[in-house]
Structures are given as structure tokens and as C-alpha cells.
Design a protein around this ligand. Sequence first.
Ligand SMILES: [Zn+2]
Length: 246
Amino acid sequence: MLDMQLKASDNTTDDVPARTPHKPRDLGPSEIADKLYTAILEHRIPPGTKLAEGRLATIFSVNRARIREVLARLAHDLVVELVPHQGAYVAKPTVQDARDVFEARRLIEPFTVRKLITTLTDRTKTQLQQHLAREEEARRRHDQPSIIRLSGEFHVLLAELVENSALLRTTRELSTQTCLIISLYSASTTLSCRADEHACIVHAITEKDEKSAVELIVRHLDHIQESLALDPVDTEVDLEALFTQD
Ligand SMILES: [Zn+2]
């Protein structure tokens, strides 16, 4: 790798003064925020990870002021938690936060699905099918980060197609929180929505079968929540009993 870099450097001539192959393009705050946001959603940066300003400034070749702006944006989206005198960390929703998120989703998403059925067009049907195809393709490639991200984006898409900005904002926030929650509390290898459930929901929506669509979305949210270990660990481990058995 070093050899290649040296060679590339040796080949640089004065004929191409405008080319600076080793210096990355100056990234704006939105671009850096998007990169971090995607990496967090894809479970490539776990909840609780410290996001040190200096380290990020070096990684993205920008000054610390820009990183502070990025972290403030991510904190606004509840992806990052800013702890006074300590710095920024990837947010770590509590068990209670997790329960609240699923309770809110079970209220909101049936409404989204009902509204989507009443406003359904050929264009929205196509967008739903295209999203399912993207999920399918990611599963075929066993591309776990994309599977996780696309699973969350499916629910955001439903809200997007309803064209209600408040609903979209809330759904996006809840979906992002769910992603962090799954990363923290997933009890099994289940790291995203079940493979065929989105397809079943889309089928019910496109058939305008409101009853089934609502039942399916609620059951789907139940399945995600059931796959998590959210039961409180309120009994202390009895260390004596654990280590003094015959
Ligand atoms: Zn889902």
C-alpha cells in the first residue's frame, strides 16, 4: 500500500497542478452528518461510542468547528447525545425509551397504512415495489448493513408516500430510534425486520385491504419488539448461589 502511494506521488508532475489526489474534497456538515448517520443506522458504529471532535476532524480533514456543527445536527435528530464536559456519544436509548418508541409506532403506523390506501396511486405502488426489490437485493447479497438500513427506510417510505410532513418527521425519528434500540437490545441474530413481512404489508396495501394491512403492520411491530430483550433485569444475580453449587 505504501509502495503504491509512493509511486502515485512520484508520478505527480507539474503538468497537472490542479489535481490533488491525496487530499479529499472538503466535506460540508450535511455530508459528514449523513455519513455518520448512515454508519450508525447500519450498526457500524454501536450506541455509546464516543465521537471525539479531534478524531473526527482528522478523519474528515475538516476543522473542529465543523465537527461540532455536525454533532449538534445529529444530537437534534437524537442520534447523538451531547454530554456536558464529556463530549458526544452515539445515543443509547433506555429500555423505557424502547417501550415508548414501540407504543408510539403502534399508534402511528396503522394510521399511515390506512391513509396510504386511500391515497394510493400507480406511482406510489411502483415506489413500494422498488423498495421491496432493493431489500430483496440486499438480502441476496447478504449485505447486513444495507438490510438493516433498508428495513428502517421501508417504514419511513410509507410515511413519505402519505405526504404529511409532521408524520414523516416523527416516523423518521422513531425509525432511527428503533435502529439504535435493535443494535442495543437485539436478543437473537434478528437484526432487522423479518424478510417477508414488508412484502405482505405492501401486498395488503396495493390490494386496498385495510383490515389486513393494519393487522400486518401491528403484528410486524410486535415481532420486532418481541425479538428484543427488553425485560428488566430487576433481580440481582445471586453470585453466591452461582459459584457455590456442588
Ligand atoms: Zn419493518
